[in-house]
Design a protein around this ligand. Structure first.
Ligand code: ATP
Ligand code: F6P
Ligand code: MG
Length: 335
């Protein structure tokens, strides 16, 4: 259960908008629902949904929401507002045009649900245009500075675990080594948590070097002592495409016969877990309270179980590092 902030409303807003941006994540829908319902129930008269992230904003692809338009979405994966990556939004003049679109519609504030990139766009937008923005961390990557958790991370981890538990069955039957690639271009949060929870023999993350030779040695020793040679290596996809294939190739060169399974976008789909629904609902409700309390240019996030506000400037200038102690558990629990 999250500890919620106690805030006093000091401002009135008549009209606000919501968008989802970057890779979708399970829990974006309950976040949209929470923002919409909390806005109406806090006296905001008009709520708009912007389609396809910043792309819909610059193309004026905006619709009116009602309290009923978010009925029956709390359990649905994806985002009913759709999501996109919009490179044009990186141009300052495009952001000015976007502000005019909001002003012409009488929209006074914007809620942005997305990852670190989306938070960068949100900060620049409010800084340059003066339109208040509140961000919500919505990404399976859990790589947003200032928040211990992000909407969608828990579901993605559970989805990967469900798949790996199945892979483990066939790996054991055939005494095979499997390389399972999980998402995370720049960060190993998913890989670390999944690796610990599935009992992986090794976890490869972009943050740290890995020692394949040592792994091969361990596998050879296990085979020699009759413990079999099945196993799971969890690999975060990393920046350079093909990392998992390269590791497989190196393993083959050292006498292993690994199989590869790339979990890919199934990690971004599916019904949000109870944890992510709670997180999205609490963050959505709190985001509206922060706006009415006069906050701007912040992201709502979680710090040691409490919902907190984090300046967007901090979110976009800091880096969230992987906890080394947590990562070390991946090796500490080996046979
Ligand atoms: N430097 C920037 N300036 C303005 N807008 C940006 C900037 N970086 C990202 N954005 C906007 O945010 C969008 C989403 O960013 P990005 O593709 O990095 O995904 P994300 O929000 O980090 O989500 P995820 O990593 O979970 O997929 C971009 O397509 C762009 O519209
Ligand atoms: O296929 P897409 O949409 O470009 O997204 C892939 C990237 O998005 C993320 O899934 C986050 O949403 C990253 O982990 C991954 O690298
Ligand atoms: Mg990102």
């Amino acid at each position: 259960m999250h500890k919620l902030p106690t805030l006093k409303s000091v401002k009135n807003f008549d009209s606000v908008a919501i968008l989802t941006s970057g890779g979708d994540s399970p829990g974006m829908n309950p976040a949209i629902r929470a923002l919409t319902r909390a806005a109406f129930n806090s006296g905001i008269s008009h709520v708009y949904g912007i389609n396809r992230g910043y792309s819909g904003l610059i193309n004026n692809d905006i619709q009116k929401m009602t309290s009923r338009s978010v009925t029956n979405i709390v359990q649905r994966g994806g985002t009913v507002l759709k999501s996109a990556r919009c490179l044009e939004f990186k141009e300052p003049n495009v952001r000015q045009d976007a502000a005019k679109i909001l002003r012409d519609r009488g929209i006074e504030a914007l809620f942005v649900i997305g990852g670190d990139g989306s938070m960068t766009g949100a900060h620049l937008f409010t800084e340059e245009t003066g339109i208040p923005v509140i961000g919500l961390p919505g990404t399976i990557d859990n790589d947003i500075p200032g928040s211990d958790d992000t909407i969608g991370f828990d579901t993605a981890v559970n989805t990967a675990l469900e798949a790996i538990d199945k892979i483990r069955d066939t790996a054991q039957s055939h005494e095979r080594l499997f390389l399972v690639e999980v998402m995370g271009r720049n960060s190993g949060f998913i890989a670390t948590q999944v690796g610990i929870a599935c009992g992986a023999e090794m976890v490869v993350v972009p943050e740290y070097d890995f020692d394949l030779r040592e792994l091969c040695l361990t596998l050879a020793q296990r085979r020699a002592t009759g413990q079999g040679s099945s196993g799971i290596i969890v690999v975060a996809e990393g920046k350079d495409p093909g990392l998992t294939n390269r590791i497989a190739y190196q393993l083959e060169e050292q006498g292993q016969n690994p199989r590869i399974c790339i979990l890919g976008h199934i990690q971004r789909g599916g019904s949000p877990s109870g944890h992510d629904r709670m997180l999205a609902s609490c963050l959505g409700a709190s985001a509206v309270s922060y706006l009415l309390a006069g906050y701007n240019d912040i992201m709502v996030g979680v710090n040691q179980g409490s919902i907190v506000d984090i300046p967007l400037r901090r979110v976009i200038t800091e880096t969230k590092s992987l906890n080394r102690h947590l990562f070390d558990i991946t090796t500490l629990l080996h046979k």
